[in-house]
Ligand binder design. Structure first.
Ligand code: URA
Ligand code: CA
Length: 434
């Protein structure tokens, strides 16, 4: 087989066979196929797309390029949740303990990464003592005992995807639905999930800005999952404005605790109940989605979800007393209100720009080397559709430096008011099961 012939085949819009795709991924991973040929192929894929079979084969070839996590010693159906990324997305912190409290095993492998705030691990490290440096055996024991544990990303997972993603990043081929879908799904499958619930975000703060693109991506991922034997479904949820109120690490831990107590923001609570119901259903802990939701609502109201969070924190060295005394979480030195300059209705809270403001305060990493300040971030006081009086606070800035002029300018520019009443955006656009 020669790579040049395979590039030509895809360039002409023909379907690559399974053997050909496996040959490409193996050769690219071991270095026998050079970057310049792989770039030409990804550009051909960008223009010509991939068939259903090609996508499934590509995904599994990337899974098989490295280690695969064996979760078979964990009892029950292991359901993973993946979000395509948004601003102030606190769902993982809530969903882990919430679905665990009704008996669904959550074996979460998580990372740090770049972004407006830290990743799930950074957020959890706002709790004094909490750590994810546990070995595989301990991880599995903890999930069997408590139904939830988090471990840091380790080992050699999907090296083909790592190399390919870095190449796509510098060759203008990131924005290809088959390549994005197989990239994301390969990582979930290698991490050992039996079933996968996808939260595909849509809107200004999302990777996919339009509903149509989000739907195409969701369908592509659901199709791959189901074709390779992992029960997969997707929810398309709104990310035109940040989710919930809090954007920041310790601030999101607080918001998660409020939500597990039944006192969280309406949108975050609703999204967690929706995603959680699908997780419980796929894990076969309920016969219908309605039954699944009732189980979760009960776990919140009778305190078992909150209890599950405490056990999870303390089992990994964390100070669980933060749950009852949130002043034990890192606190910023300055709390500065952003006052509305006029009265009106909030019409836009441009999610990605608000995220950038949080990052400037130190809540997220601009580069891999940046240090995160776990205490800082933003807490929205108003969301789209809310009425605001002149001088009323739109949000609170939690900062460790006093001069936040630059941050305020970004915020004023991206929280827009209108004279006329505005409707709140739809939170859950669609649910895709095939
Ligand atoms: N996220 C991923 O993991 N892969 C992509 O290709 C795009 C976004
Ligand atoms: Ca939030």
């Amino acid at each position: 087989m020669r790579m040049v012939d395979l590039i030509e085949k895809k360039r002409d819009g023909l379907e690559l066979s399974s053997e050909e795709i496996k040959y490409i991924i193996k050769g690219y991973t071991d270095g026998s196929i050079p970057d310049y040929q792989m770039s030409a192929l990804t550009m051909a894929i960008y223009f010509k797309g991939m068939t259903e079979n090609e996508r499934a084969t590509l995904t599994m070839a990337m899974v098989e390029s490295g280690d695969q996590i064996d979760l078979s010693k964990i009892e029950g159906v292991k359901v993973d949740k993946h979000s395509t990324g948004g601003v102030g997305d606190t769902t993982t912190l809530v969903l882990g303990p919430l679905v665990a409290s009704v008996g669904v095993p959550v074996a979460k492998m998580s990372g740090r990464g770049l972004g407006h705030t830290g990743g799930t691990i950074d957020k959890l490290e706002a709790v004094e003592g909490f750590h994810v440096e546990i070995d595989n055996d301990e991880f599995i024991q903890l999930v069997n005992k408590n139904k939830v544990a988090v471990i840091g990303q380790s080992g050699n997972l999907t090296p083909a995807d790592k190399k390919l993603y870095a190449l796509r990043d510098v060759t203008a081929t990131v924005d290809s639905i088959p390549l994005i879908a197989s990239s994301i799904m390969s990582k979930k499958i290698a991490a050992g999930a039996d079933a996968i619930v996808l939260d595909v975000k849509t809107g200004a703060g999302a990777f996919m800005k339009t509903l149509e693109d989000s739907r195409r991506l969701a369908k592509a991922m659901v199709q791959i999952g189901n074709n390779v034997g992992r029960n997969t479904m997707a929810v398309i949820s709104d990310m035109s404005q940040p989710l919930g109120f809090a954007i920041g690490n310790a601030l999101e831990v607080q918001e998660a605790i409020d939500t597990l107590r039944g006192e969280g923001p309406e949108d975050l609570t609703e999204l967690c109940l929706t995603l959680g119901s699908h997780m419980v259903f796929l894990a076969k802990k309920a016969a219908t989605l309605k039954e699944a939701r009732a189980l979760l609502e009960k776990a919140i109201s009778d305190g078992s979800a909150l209890e599950s969070f405490k056990v999870f924190l303390s089992s990994q060295g964390g100070d669980a007393s933060v749950v009852d005394d949130m002043s034990r979480l890192p606190q910023a030195k300055y709390k500065i209100e952003l006052e509305a300059k006029e009265e009106g209705y909030v019409s836009e809270i441009v999610a990605d720009e608000i995220g950038t403001a949080a990052m400037l305060l130190g809540a997220g990493r601009a580069t891999k080397e940046s240090e995160i300040d776990l205490a800082v971030g933003l807490v929205l006081r108003k969301k789209i559709g809310d009425k605001v009086e002149k001088g009323e606070s739109l949000l609170t800035i939690h900062s460790n430096f006093e001069d936040v002029q630059e941050v305020k300018e970004i915020l004023y520019e991206n929280i827009r008011l209108s004279k006329e009443a505005v409707e709140a955006p739809i939170l859950i656009h669609e649910e895709i099961t095939e």
